[in-house]
Structure formats: structure tokens, C-alpha cells
Design a binder for this molecule. Structure first.
Ligand SMILES: C[S@@+](CC[C@H](N)C(=O)[O-])C[C@H]1O[C@@H](n2cnc3c(N)ncnc32)[C@H](O)[C@@H]1O
Length: 416
């Protein structure tokens, strides 16, 4: 069961009723479509536009990604057919996911920035594919000086990403390197320095998991990055698919890293305690942010009878254990020192004139409740679409036992 409402049961919003447009992502979509049309033209000609031309390969890829590692072979992007479809669609959706995550992070007081003022933001993109995640950083920080180092096992897809960067954000310096992330010494061999922002987007779930009781390759990689490659104040942004298995995997890595104080978790968690979802493997934690799909994504969706009307990902923002909370982080806290910060992890549920949402709090997953439709009584964070927003619960908020023994917190008098 996904937390609270089930996205599959919701009606698809009509085009134009989706979330807000992000002009930089629309421009990226246009760059990607033009690149794929020029680079992946079929030998036999054909005048179909890229979304129609690559629909079959895209449907195959999409099925593989949805079914958690299902059917994908290592190096699957070496195949030109799969790569063309990947670049066309997932470059933009990955960029969108990173933009959404950076927006949510900023609302939590997390602002990746160069360790030294006036220098470029140093970004390491691990398992970069067509550099969608780095392109998302460039879209979010439009015009900012950025240096990207991108690592992947498939050289051809890195080359695609570098070409797209040249068209989309020519001011960004891009360096690519082919590595096998399963190799314990991969990062050392790549002769990396330190970075202000490390991206691991949709790659950790593709790495081998350890045997029971062993640390898997993905967690080992995160440990190495946090220990050796974060500049002072640097952060790791890990995004995984918004599926149950990928989220469970990410939560397990969080628990492993916090257990021996190898990392500090900055988001989505608002506390350093155990994840309330770690023990039960039923629910999962992911953000879901509405977006107005760029034209290329809407056209691809139409071609494969899909509708990616929200940007979704399981996510973690991690820092070195010694890192000091940012001033802006402290400012958020001091704005309402008596309030507890919580993360909305479920969609809205309505019953009997009450709106409820699952929230993650320092002492577990609880239900926040407020009168539905009562003007002024429902905090705005309760009304935010999707999930992943930061919320606030007053220290004196009334708690009672709700349905199924869950703790229900009355947030109607709380911070807007
Ligand atoms: C789903 S794609 C994600 C790409 C990109 N980060 C994004 O979000 O669009 C996963 C990427 O991880 C790479 N990858 C998987 N296993 C790898 C390994 N052992 N070594 C290096 N790269 C690997 C794949 O080649 C692929 O480009």
C-alpha cells in the first residue's frame, strides 16, 4: 500500500490542469528532443517525430524501471535503441526530479553552494547516464557557474549528456569518466577531488545488494563519498524511483549510515531518529510534486499511454556527520521554536469533514488532522498538493488515539 491515497485511483488531470510550469525544464525538453532527432535518426529514414519513433523502446524501458530492476541487464544503455529512448524521456524527468528535490530542500533551509564564495558549484554526478540530474541542477541554478564531473559505466550515454549540456547550459564545465561503480576503488581510480553537491540519481537500486548482514555496494559508495569527497558544507542528494522497493532500499541505507554516525540526514527526515517505516516494509516515503509536463514528455506519454503528471522520487539529503547546520536552517527553527517540523508523507484523506495526512515526526509516523474546508483553520502545508512538503506542529497540539490505534494530532490551530 502506498501511503494514504493511491495515485492510480485519482483521475488524470487534463493538460493545462497539471502543476506549475518550469520554463527551464521546457527549454531542456526542447534541447533534448532536437538532440535525439539529430543523433538517433533511423537508417531507413522515417519522418516520425522522436516521441513516436522511440515509443516502443520507451515502453520497454518504462516497464523495466517500474518493476524494480526487472529485466534490465548491466550496461543496458549500450544498446542504441534503449539509449535513444532513455535520453529522450528520462533526461528531462530526472532533471525535473532534481529540480523538485532542490525546491523541497530549499524550503527546509538546505542550499547547496560553493564552499568558497565566488567559485563554481562543484557537482559530482554518480551513475550519471545522460546527465539528467546535473542538468536539473543547471536548470535550478540557471546561469550559475557550475563544474560537473559525471561518472557512468556506459561512455556513449555520458557523451549524449555532455552534448545536451553544450546546447542547454554552455557555461557549465562538464568532465565525464567511465567507471564501474561495483569496484571498491572506482572513485579513487577516477582521481576525484571534493564536491559541494553529489548526485546519485536512480542508480543506487541498480547496484548489487549485499548478502544479509553485509553492506551493499550502494551504501558502501555513499560512505566513501561522504567520507572522502564532500567539501565543507557539501551535501549528497540521493534520488531513487518512488517505488516501494527502491524506497525501502534507501531507508535501509539511511538506517545503516546513521547507526554508526557515518552521515547526518538533512531531508526529508526532520529528525535523526529511526525511520518509522524502516521496520514495516509495507509503506514507503517519496515526494510527489505536480509539474506542467514539457511538450516532449507529454508527447512521449501520449505515445505510450502514460501520464507522468507529477515529479516523484524517494529521496535523501545527506551531509558529513561533522557538518554544522546552516544559518538558514537555524533561522527556520527560530521562526517558531515551539513548533516541531514534520514531513508530509501521505496524500490528503477526507472523511467526516476532517482532512487527514500522514506525517513523519520525531516519535513516529502519525496522522495530522484538521477540519476540511474550514477557512483559516487548515494550515497551508496540509493543503499542499502531492507529498513531501514540510509541516509544523505546535508543541501544545492535542493528540488522541485515532483509527487503528494511530496517533492523531489536531493541527487546526497550528502555523499556517
Ligand atoms: C536509471 S539510470 C540513471 C541515470 C541518471 N542518473 C538519471 O537519473 O537519469 C542508471 C545509470 O547507472 C549506470 N550504472 C548502473 N550500474 C553501474 C555500474 N556498476 N557502474 C557504472 N554505472 C552504472 C547505468 O549505466 C545508467 O546510466
Amino acid at each position: 500500500m502506498a501511503l494514504a491515497d493511491d495515485a492510480r485511483l485519482r483521475p488524470r488531470p487534463a493538460r493545462g490542469e497539471e502543476g506549475p510550469a518550469r520554463p527551464a525544464l521546457n527549454r531542456l525538453g526542447a534541447c533534448v528532443q532536437a538532440y535525439v532527432a539529430a543523433r538517433y535518426r533511423p537508417r531507413g529514414g522515417g519522418n516520425l517525430p522522436p516521441p513516436r519513433l522511440h515509443a516502443r523502446a520507451l515502453a520497454d524501458l518504462s516497464a523495466g524501471f517500474t518493476h524494480d530492476r526487472g529485466g534490465r541487464k548491466a550496461g543496458y544503455l549500450s544498446d542504441a535503441r534503449a539509449r535513444a529512448a532513455y535520453v529522450l524521456y528520462y533526461t528531462v524527468t530526472s532533471a525535473g526530479g532534481v529540480v523538485a528535490a532542490l525546491e523541497l530542500a530549499a524550503a527546509s533551509g538546505i542550499h547547496p553552494r560553493p564552499a568558497e564564495a565566488g567559485t563554481a558549484l562543484r557537482v559530482l554526478d554518480i551513475g550519471a547516464g545522460s546527465l539528467g540530474a546535473s542538468l536539473g541542477v543547471a536548470a535550478h541554478f540557471e546561469g550559475r557557474a557550475i563544474d560537473v564531473t559525471a561518472l557512468d559505466g556506459t561512455a556513449a550515454v555520458l557523451a549524449d549528456g555532455a552534448e545536451i549540456f553544450g546546447a542547454f547550459a554552455p557555461q557549465v564545465r562538464v568532465r565525464t569518466a567511465r567507471v564501474d561503480l561495483r569496484d571498491v576503488h572506482a572513485l579513487r581510480k577516477a582521481k576525484l577531488g571534493q564536491f559541494d553537491l553529489v548526485l546519485c540519481a536512480n542508480v543506487l537500486n541498480e547496484l548489487p545488494t549485499g548478502r544479509v548482514g553485509e553492506t551493499g555496494v550502494a551504501e558502501r559508495l555513499l560512505r566513501t563519498v561522504i567520507r572522502d569527497h564532500l567539501a565543507p558544507g557539501g551535501v549528497v542528494l540521493a534520488l531513487e524511483p518512488a517505488t516501494r522497493m527502491a524506497s525501502i532500499g534507501l531507508i535501509a541505507m539511511r538506517e545503516g549510515l546513521l547507526a554508526d554516525d557515518s552521515a547526518r540526514v538533512l531531508a526529508p527526515c526532520t529528525h535523526a531518529g529511526c525511520c518509522p517505516l524502516a521496520e514495516q516494509r509495507r509503506d514507503w516515503c517519496a515526494f510527489e510534486v505536480p509539474w506542467l509536463r514539457p511538450a516532449v514528455i507529454a508527447a512521449c506519454d501520449d505515445a505510450i499511454d502514460h501520464a507522468r503528471t507529477a515529479l516523484k522520487a524517494s529521496w535523501l539529503v545527506l551531509a558529513a556527520p561533522s557538518s554544522v547546520p546552516e544559518a538558514s536552517d537555524a533561522a527556520i527553527k527560530s521562526a517558531a521554536p515551539q513548533d516541531e517540523r514534520v514531513r508530509v508523507i501521505g496524500g490528503p484523506m477526507h472523511a467526516g469533514g476532517v482532512m487527514r495526512r500522514y506525517v513523519c515526526t520525531a516519535d513516529g509516523r502519525h496522522v495530522a488532522a484538521a477540519p476540511a474546508g474550514a477557512r483559516g483553520a487548515t494550515p497551508s502545508w496540509m493543503l499542499a498538493p502531492g507529498r513531501g512538503t514540510l509541516g509544523w506542529i505546535a508543541a501544545n497540539a492535542r493528540r488522541r488515539e485515532g483509527r487503528g490505534g494511530e496517533v492523531e494530532i489536531d493541527v487546526s490551530g497550528g502555523r499556517r
